[in-house]
Design a protein around this ligand. Structure first.
Ligand SMILES: NC(=O)c1ccc[n+]([C@@H]2O[C@H](COP(=O)([O-])OP(=O)(O)OC[C@H]3O[C@@H](n4cnc5c(N)ncnc54)[C@H](O)[C@@H]3O)[C@@H](O)[C@H]2O)c1
Length: 288
């Protein structure tokens, strides 16, 4: 039974969430349980993971898991079926910032570890969850956490961004492969979400950046990702697969931010009219 704070949208469903000891994974575990799901918290950080599972009560279990290690991921999926009898939702969400620094200096080990956590982790979660979901024969939902950093430059270091781009592509290819089994695979591409990974303790600095760059005047929170994950996990998204959905306060929609900066477009919000380009016709304009 759900704890009554949700609408029972995931009543009877069982989820594994990696990286659920903190940030958006934790917010999603809380939301899923409130909506009636049973949840396995699979995280590298045993103290935080155990505390999260205890706080959620009997609907949650914790397993210490490094998503880059196949046996750990297989054990997390097995815990879901052993403890709760089935699996419906796999949320491959665990992540780290990974390698940083100039491309001329990055250590191969650091590069490889970044990809091991961010890409191999999603591969292993998909592999082991899909085996169970295929055997059950009732479909399922696999959700991957990518990033707006995986959709272009300028949002993260090279290794992280390249790894998240790989997650976006793995989402599309596995969505195709698993579609005949009614298993949907989608990715969430968070923008700036106020978690310990993003702000590293300096919340003021992060807020200043957001107020300058993000169009929606709201802080992105773990709960915003949990809401998107809930939709992707549940039946309301039954016809959605292979998508990478930005949940980013319109950060990507703002695009290259050229319009409004050239002299002839600077007054764009104070004027209304029609530009005829180089046709020789005069522009029509009226000041607002
Ligand atoms: N916060 C943001 O602004 C942002 C933006 C885009 C994408 N993301 C992605 O969102 C996901 C969640 O990040 P968050 O912001 O909630 O960070 P977070 O640090 O609050 O939580 C991440 C969790 O993942 C766990 N983890 C790390 N490596 C692991 C491993 N090898 N095996 C198992 N667990 C591991 C950590 O222990 C932690 O509990 C990550 O994939 C991250 O790359 C975050």
């Amino acid at each position: 039974m759900s704890d009554g704070s949700g609408n029972g949208q995931l009543e009877g469903k069982v989820a594994v969430i990696t990286g659920a000891a903190s940030g958006m994974g934790l917010a999603t575990a809380e939301r899923f349980v409130a909506e009636g799901a049973k949840v396995v918290i699979a995280d590298f950080n045993a103290d935080a993971g155990r505390a999260a599972a205890e706080a959620l009560g009997p609907a949650a279990r914790f397993t210490r898991c490094d998503v880059s290690v196949e046996d750990d991921v297989a054990a997390a999926v097995a815990l879901a079926t052993d403890a709760f009898g089935r699996l419906d939702i796999m949320f491959n969400n665990a992540g780290i910032g990974g390698a940083f620094g100039p491309i001329t200096e990055i250590e191969v080990d650091h590069w490889d570890t970044t990809f091991a956590v961010l890409v191999r982790g999603v591969f292993l979660g998909t592999k082991h969850a899909a085996r169970v979901l295929i055997d059950q024969g009732e479909g399922g939902s696999i959700i991957n956490t990518a990033s707006v950093a995986g959709l272009g430059g300028g949002a993260g270091p090279q290794a992280y961004s390249a790894a998240k781009a790989a997650v976006v592509n793995l989402t599309t290819t596995t969505a195709l492969e698993l579609a005949p089994h009614s298993i949907r695979v989608n990715a969430i591409c968070p923008g700036v979400i106020f978690t310990p990974l993003m702000h590293g303790g300096d919340v003021d600095d992060a807020e200043a950046m957001v107020s300058e760059l993000q169009p929606l005047p709201k802080r992105g929170e773990g709960a915003d990702i949990a809401g998107a994950a809930l939709w992707l996990a549940g039946d309301d998204s039954a016809f959605v697969s292979g998508q990478s959905i930005a949940v980013d306060g319109a950060l990507l929609a703002a695009g290259p931010r050229i319009f409004g900066r050239l002299k002839n477009t600077r007054n764009v919000h104070r004027m209304v009219g029609m530009a005829h380009g180089t046709t020789g016709q005069a522009p029509v304009a009226r000041r607002l």
